[in-house]
Design a protein around this ligand. Structure first.
Ligand SMILES: [Fe+2]
Ligand SMILES: [Fe+2]
Length: 248
C-alpha cells in the first residue's frame, strides 16, 4: 500500500483551455496520456492518489464530467482537493460531490481521510501573489496593500477550514497527519505563514501542495525539510506527470 500525490492536471476534455502557457510549453503536450501511462505503471488498486486541485478548466460540473471520469479511471483510491480553478466545486456542497461520486472519488474539504494510522487533512489554502512593485534592479520594493489585506481574509477562512479537518481527525483518535494544500504554504516574501505554523502545531509530518507552474515558479515556496516537516511541490508539470510517492 502506497500513498502518491500530484496536482494541477488542468484537464479540458469538454471545456475551453484558458491558459496560453499550457498550449506553448512542451511539458503540457499530451499530458493526459503521459499521466495515465505513468499512473498505470506505478499505482495499484490498493494505493491512494491525492490530487491537490486545479483538476479542470470546466466552469461547472457538466463541463467537468469527462475530466472527472478521466480521474475516476486512474488506478487506486483517488482523493481530490479544491484548487483555485475548480469552479465545479462549491466548498459548501462538498457532501453533494461525495454523494455523486461515492465509491469512485473522495473530495477533501472540511473532512479528512484515513490512510493507515495517518489522517490526510487539507484545504485549498491561500497566499498573497501580488501585485509586487519592483525597483529598477528588479528587487521587490513594495506591494499592493489592499490586495494584501484581502489575501489575509482569505487565509483566515482557509485556516478555519483546515482547523476543521485537523480537529475532526484528532477527535477520531488520529495523531499522525499529512497536510495537503493547493496553494503553496508561503508566498515569495514569507519564511513562515499561518499554514506552516498550523502544520507545526498539529505535528504534520509532510505538507504537500501544487499551484506553481513553470520552472521560474517552482521555488516560490518551501521545498524540502524545514523544522522537521517535509514540504513538497507536486504540480504535474513540476513532476513531469510522475506522481510523487508520499509514503508506503
Ligand atoms: Fe494550477
Ligand atoms: Fe492553482
Amino acid at each position: 500500500m502506497s500513498l502518491y500525490a500530484i496536482g494541477d492536471l488542468h484537464l479540458h476534455f469538454q471545456s475551453e483551455l484558458k491558459a496560453p502557457s499550457q498550449l506553448r510549453d512542451k511539458v503540457w503536450q499530451d499530458h493526459e496520456r503521459k499521466l495515465a501511462a505513468n499512473c498505470a505503471g506505478l499505482i495499484g488498486e490498493e494505493d491512494t492518489l491525492v490530487l491537490v486541485g486545479d483538476h479542470s478548466w470546466g466552469k461547472n460540473l457538466e463541463e467537468c464530467r469527462e475530466d472527472l471520469e478521466y480521474i475516476c479511471a486512474l488506478p487506486g483510491r483517488k482523493i481530490l482537493l479544491r484548487g483555485n480553478h475548480d469552479m465545479f466545486w462549491d466548498a459548501k456542497k462538498t457532501e453533494r460531490l461525495n454523494g455523486l461520486y461515492e465509491g469512485r472519488l473522495s473530495f477533501l474539504q472540511n473532512n479528512y481521510y484515513a490512510y493507515g494510522d495517518y489522517a490526510l487533512v487539507g484545504t485549498k489554502g491561500y497566499c498573497f501573489e501580488g501585485p509586487f512593485y519592483l525597483d529598477r534592479y528588479g528587487n521587490i520594493a513594495g506591494w499592493d496593500e489592499a490586495e494584501a489585506a484581502h489575501a489575509e481574509k482569505l487565509v483566515a477562512r482557509e485556516i478555519e477550514r483546515l482547523t476543521v479537518s485537523f480537529d475532526m481527525a484528532r477527535a477520531d483518535g488520529f495523531r499522525k497527519y499529512i497536510m495537503f494544500l493547493h496553494y503553496p504554504p508561503t508566498n515569495i516574501l514569507q519564511k513562515n505563514s499561518a499554514f506552516t505554523r498550523m502544520a507545526e502545531q498539529y505535528g504534520a509530518e509532510q505538507v504537500i501542495y501544487g499551484h506553481c507552474h513553470g520552472e521560474s515558479r517552482f521555488h516560490d515556496s518551501i521545498r524540502g525539510k524545514k523544522r522537521g516537516i517535509r514540504y513538497s511541490l507536486v504540480s504535474g508539470d513540476c513532476l513531469r506527470w510522475h506522481p510523487m510517492k508520499v509514503m508506503d
